[in-house]
Design a binder for this molecule. Sequence first.
Ligand code: ATP
Ligand code: MG
Length: 635
Amino acid sequence: MASFKKMHADSIADREAFWSREARRIDWHKTPERVLDYDRPPFARWFAGGTTNLCHNAVDRWLTWNGGALADKPALIYISTETDTERTYTFRELHAEVNRVAAMLADLGVGRGDRVLIYMPMIAEAAFAMLACARLGAIHSVVFGGFASHSLAQRIEDATPKVVVSADAGSRAGKVVPYKGLLDEALNLSGHKPARVLMFNRGLAPMPLAAGRDVDWQSLANRHFGAVLPCVWLESGEPSYILYTSGTTGRPKGVQRDTGGYAVALAASMQHIYCGQPGEVYFSTSDIGWVVGHSYIVYGPLLAGMATVFYEGTPVRPDAGILWQIVERHKVAVMFSAPTAIRVLKKQDPAYLAKHDLSSLKALWLAGEPLDEPTARWISDALGRPVVDNYWQTETGWPILTYPMGVEALPRKFGSPGYPMYGYDVRLLHETTGEEVAVGEKGVVAVVPPLPPGCMSTVWGDDERFVKTYFDSIPGKQVYSTFDWGIRDADGCHFILGRTDDVINVAGHRLGTREIEESISSHAAIAEVAVVGVADQLKGQVPVGFAVVRDPGVIASTPARLALEGEVMKTVDSQLGAIARPARVHFVTMLPKTRSGKVLRRSLQAICEGRDPGDLTTIEDPGALAQVKEAVAAK
Ligand code: ATP
Ligand code: MG
């Protein structure tokens, strides 16, 4: 692996030389004065003094590139299996739409540095609104559509937007999810009141407009037909957006992203990590409410001159072949999804995976949670295409660990998201001594600052929280903590063992819940599992598992269920030892997850311990929790 190894070493040894080369991937209005300003650690200011604009680089630039070769080629392919709609916007059309929305927002008083909160379903207008903000130098804060009032109000209060952009409703698995009521309630709850609310009407749900505050999208749009506004050139460090973390582990933090560093980091990743080329098609199944949606639905693909598939729908409607049908029909070159989507497919007929021509697909990249070996192997065999794990966080904006497929075809190991990416000086540190751990030993995944371009510049409005939260947790060192456990093997491959707060202590033995989950999911009958530590008088804590079986038939009777529970325990015994054996394995048909697909382990643990499950506004399906309660009560 000489070539990537050298690239990585160079990127750390001389950061400025490395990133000044990468910076040429984007257009600058004014060339940066300093590649890196690190006068105030751990705050890194990349490309200081340079001015640029994300919308220019994502849209305008492609109108003239290569003699206009891309101007009339697809830029955004909108597909909704919820409303049976499909529409392709070329770069020229996208440019027109974005300009119109920019003019509408400017009309509502939005300018440079103002916040615009976007609470929208996966409709093309949401992308137009994001890019329009970028054009105006305004700061967008996209809040996942479907967050309930309380979560939404928290974010409105923190980001203090001048304008909120929303729609009448989203749609999920064929069911309309009205937004307006939730939004109105959030606006009531919030201490901060935005001046204007711009409402897009899809015709799915009632959308009463509050006089003086709410504005109908279409009426305003009619007044700005054909508008063209110049891009506002921002200094590289000026914020492009605020995005709140998923809140899996606590109070969400407003991750603030810069402009120039983010543009460069994404453009570089499109080449080195995702192998994307201008004119090709990128398909990410995420949602604009998450960081993957920001980096790899909207900005990354467009910054690379690619068409982006903007998909509203689930992986199983109208049938479990829909994702692959889209790949075939649009000749998708790069696809990005999450392990949770793959586990959903694992429960369906595998024949759907073989039905479509996937020869256009270079690889499938998966991120968001640990990709266990059986799932990785299953999808890779089923697709016959490379499957690439990548590990990162809302905070970092692009992968910390993965396989740099655009640089070198390194051997891939199932279960491992690979190697530290260029720019990341990754260390595995002992949680109490702060020393680096040896090969094969577990440590906290940390990054020696400065963080590379694209990573968060601070917590919105709270520099102190940024330093305290992320750089103050390892004793004696100012390093960035990911709060994930990792391990490195002799080849330099990393494995993520779960979050630092997901460790259980059984009679003095520290066990990662992830290891037990891996073991349980290696049992052929299990599709998905979550393990939590539950308080126990004798042992301190014991592991308890919640498993989803592939075929409900296998647990149709109580004896069958008990037999499977016994078998699963035996599997863990033989792989990890009796100490890791779960005290119970409950069978459910779904796990309680956040809308981003992350298991709500804290809530599972609370229910097992008879406590209140806590804040559940991000839960995907409350029915999952009811099942858990029932299962726990039954035994
Ligand atoms: P919060 O920080 O508010 O609790 P969150 O951490 O769930 O929310 P994200 O930033 O969306 O919000 O998720 C990042 C986390 O997801 C990582 O820290 C890691 O725990 C997990 N993760 C992401 N990708 C992978 C991966 N490929 N393998 C293992 N874990 C992953
Ligand atoms: Mg996190």
